[in-house]
Design a protein around this ligand. Structure first.
Ligand code: IMP
Length: 360
């Protein structure tokens, strides 16, 4: 199989896990390139159900190599919980999982700030998963991030953490009236993770490019969806990474000329979790019916998903910004009992009808 990027063409939860699992059979490497444990990919494999947040779903198929790319933000606690969950269900990650040494780490202050920021935003809140994703990407851009590679020398790690934590504690105490976090506690915890994390760390850009040269097939597993992309989504009601196809390049260190195909996954109706615009949202009675029939509850937070009619305006937008050549349409059967199915082809706005996805 060719090198393929698979992305969500709506607001996430399109059913990517199922398609990834099918494509995995013909892939050698399965790679996560953005987001973190805000994602939740549900896969049924060998009669067992798995919800994966961080580790590529390819891990369920024996012999496949899985990569967490540099574009991901990694919470070690969540990673080791997931590894343990897999172990209990008979899946081993040994010699099959590699993590980029450039991947940014989620630290306790990221999770705390995610929560405090949301609480302080009142009507402006985003409805984040509160996993610390946004604050970790903020630090990456502000050049205050701490990466897997920083753990290789404990002295470097402690010095860097000391510098960053002093800034975070000023924000926590002076802006949010919260007590400061203890340097020693974080150091103790993360130096323990260090032992377990470093054996997975590698230059994954090198690994993937070498694999591509040897004609191995790489599947780039997108998380969230195009409309949650920080550039191409419903900003500011988005996640903090590039969930669209472009993220697969920057998030792995593989060049655009190496990608053969971009596949989209789209649901026959639309859902979104969290706040933000949703032009085709169902009225209450239909919302409840479709939510129950389609089991539309968040795989990560358990929150009920908002549901609505298929929106071809965002569908077209997703096809365009990702360069999608094929779409998998999911969950058509959920609509079986409806007498009429509506499809949105434009947004009425004053006297005009918008056919192209607007910026606001
Ligand atoms: P964050 O990614 O936790 O910062 O959340 C930002 C927005 O993205 C919120 O509306 C979340 O509900 C949404 N979101 C993040 N990850 C997912 C996902 O995997 N599926 C659906 N929505 C998500």
């Amino acid at each position: 199989m060719a090198n393929t990027v698979l992305i969500g063409a709506q607001w996430g939860d399109e059913g990517k896990g199922k398609i990834i699992d099918i494509l995995t059979e013909k892939s050698d490497y399965i790679v996560r390139y953005q987001g973190g444990n805000n994602a939740g990919h549900t896969v049924k494999y060998a009669d067992k159900s798995f919800v994966l947040h961080l580790i590529p779903s390819g891990i369920l198929r024996p012999g496949k190599k899985c990569v967490i790319g540099n574009g991901v933000v990694l919470d070690p606690e969540a990673l080791f919980e997931e590894i343990e969950m897999l172990r209990k269900k008979g899946v081993s990650v040994k010699n099959r999982l590699v993590i980029s040494d450039q991947t940014h780490l989620i630290l306790p202050y990221h999770r705390l700030l995610d929560k405090l920021k949301e609480e302080s935003k009142n009507s402006h809140k985003i409805g984040t998963t509160q996993r610390g994703i946004g604050p970790c990407y903020e630090d990456k851009m502000a050049r205050l991030g701490i990466r897997v590679a920083d753990l290789s020398d404990p002295k470097v790690f402690v010095a860097r953490l000391k510098h960053v934590l002093a800034i975070k504690n000023r924000i926590l105490t002076k802006i949010y009236n919260h007590k400061p976090l203890s340097l020693n506690e974080i150091v103790k915890k993360y130096l323990k993770y260090r032992e377990k994390l470093l054996p997975f760390a590698a230059n994954t850009s090198l690994i993937l490019n070498r694999a591509i040269k040897q004609k191995k097939a790489v599947l780039f597993e997108g998380a969230q969806g195009t409309l949650l992309d920080v550039d191409h989504g419903t900003y500011p009601y988005v996640t903090s990474s590039n969930a669209s196809a472009g993220g697969a390049l920057t998030g792995t260190g593989v060049g655009p000329t190496q990608i053969d195909e971009v596949l989209g996954v789209i649901k026959a109706y639309t859902t979104r979790v969290g706040e933000g615009p949703f032009p085709t949202e169902f009225p209450d009675d239909l919302m409840k019916k479709i939510r129950d029939k389609g089991a539309e509850y968040g795989a990560t937070t358990g929150r009920p998903r908002r549901c609505g009619w298929f929106d071809a305006v965002i569908g077209n937008h997703a096809v365009m910004v990702n360069g999608i050549s094929k779409l998998a349409v999911m969950k058509l059967d959920v609509l079986d009992e409806l007498k009429e199915i509506k499809i949105c082809t434009g947004y009425r706005y004053g006297k005009s009808v918008l056919r192209d996805f607007p910026a606001n």
